[in-house]
Write a protein that binds this ligand. Sequence first.
Ligand code: NAD
Length: 332
Amino acid sequence: MANSDMTEIQAQIDLLEQNLKQWAVEYYENDAPSVEDSLYDQTYEELTQLANTYPDLISTDSITKQIGGAVTKSNLPEVTHEVPMLSLGDVFSISALAEWMETTQANFDRALVYNAELKIDGLAISLEYLNGELVRASTRGDGRVGEDVTANVKQIADIPKKLTEPVTFEVRGEVYMPKASFAELNEQRDRDGLPSFANPRNAAAGSLRQLDANITKERKLAAFFYQVVDAERTLGVSTQAELLIRLAELGLPSNQLNRELQTIVDIEEYISQQTTSRDELAYGIDGIVIKVNTLADHEELGNTVKVPRWAIAYKFPPEEAETIVLDIEWTV
Ligand code: NAD
């Protein structure tokens, strides 16, 4: 390729990086996005495609290699995650999902089972329990360093300070703001002459990342949990579906609309059902997460620097008709 073409591609990559980094700061650090998630996702996808074609043009500090946002701007104490809190890879069509399943299946000579779960639209949280007592809660931050939000999390009614059994483990999930709390909060802010939150996800993040835990208490947040560090050893479970049941037994809210499924046809049907009924849920979801069900397989598949290879998020298409600038296809 001619040098001038390469220069043009580099300029295009730089522009995409610059836009995405600015949007990421607004979203993760300020809890105030200026663009729709769908535009962020489309731009990210465009950059990913360029990164796959021209890996040498991608810098080491590319957004494609980073998780979430920096915690430096927050006044909350820092927490280092011994096991990094990762993001999720995403797909926007059933054909891309089928491709991911085929690639994943190719690592095994037995047919894989998947656990399909709702993708809760909130912010990731990690809780540490010592002999059943909640001792620390932290946000994901940049995946390696998050913020200590223990006092705030203790104000969330849904989250037990004491489990039903004296277990010692780290559990991860999503803190979210129920749709009703979000509507109520924005009405109140409107009356008070304060700016509205853009969406429940940002309202949840803004309500949790507070120095005053009383604010978190007023905001009526809730949570779902879906992951445990070293779950086979700490909880004695061997599949993702069992893990969700076990968490509920311990008193931790886990979403029970998951299904153990095997084929792309069944997964497509599940996605279609959940897409149809999502408006009836009391909380927002922005996709479906498909996970390899057997936990031992997770170790075998491992992670990239940013995402696990044993899970993928199927993202819902944008709710309102928006101008789609890129060639991304959303099909159910
Ligand atoms: P993500 O939200 O797409 O997916 C990863 C996260 O999903 C996990 O970290 C976890 O917190 C969450 N999750 C919810 N339910 C889950 C379940 N059942 N199992 C496992 N994980 C579950 O990735 P991200 O890195 O947190 O954020 C990237 C996304 O954020 C983008 O795709 C975009 O939609 C949005 N974003 C928007 C802007 C903007 O300006 N609008 C900017 C940055 C990011």
